[in-house]
Design a protein. Structure first.
Length: 268
């Protein structure tokens, strides 16, 4: 009898953390609800990981409204996947990220980078939608490849950021971009380490790098979203002058970046 696609551990992907070691109903306990903290040789645990993603997403609602709901759903589906390791959970996790990216590209991809045969935002949205539907159907063919393909999209986003930074002299923008890249680099390093060096982390009883990935990629998104808005305002509302700010203050060690709009410039 074939196992149900909703069954526990029916997914094609299993991360480094041992299954059902801390709970009888949660397959990957720390990938679902916790991230490790090593202190003076003793491993303790904080209630972060995917919950950090779910808590930071409301902040992204404030700075990037359109992609806030898809990001929140991505966090919910990732929680479900790591809790069950089911085939359905794996696809919901991956496809929610794909569609969140599709929404972001549709609404905020700069028009100056459109392919030459695309003339309007509406046409680009249709192109993005068709590409996303095709990618969704292809994701069922080899689900183990999906995560690698999704991570590769980050390189295109980094390339676009580099292109925009070349045209921008604002030190705050460069600072925020550097912070975004730093958190992303730490995140992808954790993801790759968990995937490719699992044998090493299991040997030293520390197979928790995928939980770090959840926290670090959420931090990267917290800086990415204001950057997207900043560049979008420059293109779509040139009469306004966007400025990157930090709440509650620049001097605080933990801050929430956002975009402030100054009065429209007077047109001659």
């Amino acid at each position: 009898r074939m196992p149900s696609i909703f069954s526990y551990q029916s997914a094609e992907v299993d991360w480094c953390e041992g299954n059902f070691e801390r709970s009888a109903v949660i397959a990957e306990y720390y990938n679902t609800a916790g991230a490790p903290r090593t202190c003076f040789g003793d491993t303790r645990w904080d209630g972060t990981s995917l919950f950090s993603f779910l808590l930071l997403t409301p902040l992204n609602f404030l700075v990037l409204e359109g992609a806030g709901l898809p990001l929140f759903l991505a966090g919910v589906f990732s929680t479900y996947f790591h809790m069950t390791l089911s085939y359905v959970g794996q696809l919901l996790d991956e496809l929610s990220i794909l569609w969140a990216l599709a929404v972001a590209y549709s609404f905020w991809y700069p028009q100056v980078y459109f392919p030459k045969f695309i003339k309007t935002r509406k046409h680009f949205c249709w192109l993005t939608g068709i590409t996303t539907v095709i990618s969704t159907l292809m994701s069922f063919i080899k689900p183990t490849v999906n995560a690698y393909a999704l991570n590769c999209i980050a390189f295109h986003l980094l390339y676009l950021t580099w292109r925009e930074l070349k045209k921008c002299n604002d030190k705050r923008v460069h600072r925020m971009a550097a912070a975004m890249v730093m958190w992303w680099a730490l995140a992808i390093t954790s993801w790759i380490s968990d995937r490719w060096l699992c044998w090493l982390w299991q040997a030293i009883n520390f197979p928790y790098f995928h939980s770090f990935w959840h926290v670090l990629i959420a931090m990267s998104l917290l800086y990415c979203c204001p950057l997207v808005i900043y560049f979008d305002v420059n293109y779509e509302m040139p009469s306004f002058k966007p400025k990157l700010e930090y709440w509650p203050s620049d001097s605080w060690p933990v801050v929430v970046p956002y975009v402030a709009l100054e009065e429209p410039r007077k047109q001659c």
